[in-house]
Design a protein around this ligand. Sequence first.
Ligand code: ADP
Ligand code: MG
Length: 420
Amino acid sequence: MSFDSLGLPVSLVEAVKAQGYEKPSPIQEQAIPAVIAGKDVMAAAQTGTGKTAGFTLPLLAKLEKGPRAKPNQVRALILTPTRELAAQVQASVQKYGQNMPLRSMVVYGGVKINPQMQNLRRGVDILVATPGRLLDLYQQNAVRFQQLEVLVLDEADRMLDMGFIHDIKKILKVLPPKRQNLLFSATFSNEIRTLAKGLVNNPVEISVTPRNTTVEKIEQVLYEVDKTKKTALLSELIVENKWQQVLVFVKTKHGANRLVKNLEARGIRSAAIHGNKSQGARTKALAQFKESQIKVLVATDIAARGIDIDQLPNVVNFDLPHVSEDYVHRIGRTGRAGNEGLAVSLVCQEEFKLLKDIERFIKKVVPRRVQPGFEPGEPLQPSVLDTREKKIKKPKVAKPANRAGGNKKPRGVRNNFVGG
Ligand code: ADP
Ligand code: MG
């Protein structure tokens, strides 16, 4: 399959070829024709599978036809959970649509609202927005939706994780009911399906499952280590292995700041990226990381989600994630586009339960190492692979007295493996 056969105008086909894309990714192959045909689409595919172009290209193709946006009107609205993602999506819109007479704009919070209000006056064909700022702008009459043709929810699962459901519902209420809806997500969780029910009509469902191939290309190891020695171990691993660009995941914003401080104190240039950082600080950290001015970028899951950094050689889980799927998202940041990647987890005894869940989820036991000098005082229990499928979690109900723990009945097989 080539880009020529998807129904895209020549100018867009040329624009993607100029990007060096040789053929559409599986998600693009399926999503592009469906969007052009005017269908509602629900698509799930893992991070890094080209979802952005999957909706941006057909969106540009559609909007090229039809009347331009009138003052303060928007023809296509793309909602994303974070500022970084909004900026990235907008960059893609501009890149692919550079030869088209369409106006696009990005709005997010944390920066002045007045310039945004001014720019919206002329009307925009494509508006990329985070939910909170969009609502602010709407309440101030800076944006109107009478001309709205298409709504895109990008990274919908992350939007729900971040608690945007109420904002999304408020936004849906002010959009014209007759419109095309596109929902893109890394997974189809039950929450996503519930959201989709009130959103998409008779959608084309697309689910791409490259999970195993992607994950299998990534070398995974874990170091057993005491919790208090993690920072020292990380800095030794960075120096000893001459890692040049490391994305480190931590659980909390506070933990991210602390780790950066400690690494800097050891002479390792680092920066943190998380929700409490100003927009300027985040953009700067990301740029410095990409340009190799800093070696280590410490991120929380939410801040890191969806940020595209090409050919990342090393990913480190300083803390294991509490949601097993996040492990796959995290390590998926390395080894992209056929490059080899190494994903290292620093695991202490307290995290054994999380490790067990992750290994069950990825259906493999992560090989273990102990760095000389960092032998854990409290050893990690050995892993035994649990091959049972993960079950859907039902809301807790009072247990009948005669059913002991450990005798839980299977309650339907979970089908939202990452990418699937
Ligand atoms: P997702 O939203 O699924 O996480 P992105 O849309 O951010 O993924 O794309 C990930 C990377 O893949 C980007 O660097 C993008 O430029 C690149 N990419 C997208 N489509 C293609 C393609 N057809 N061929 C090669 N690279 C692609
Ligand atoms: Mg994306």
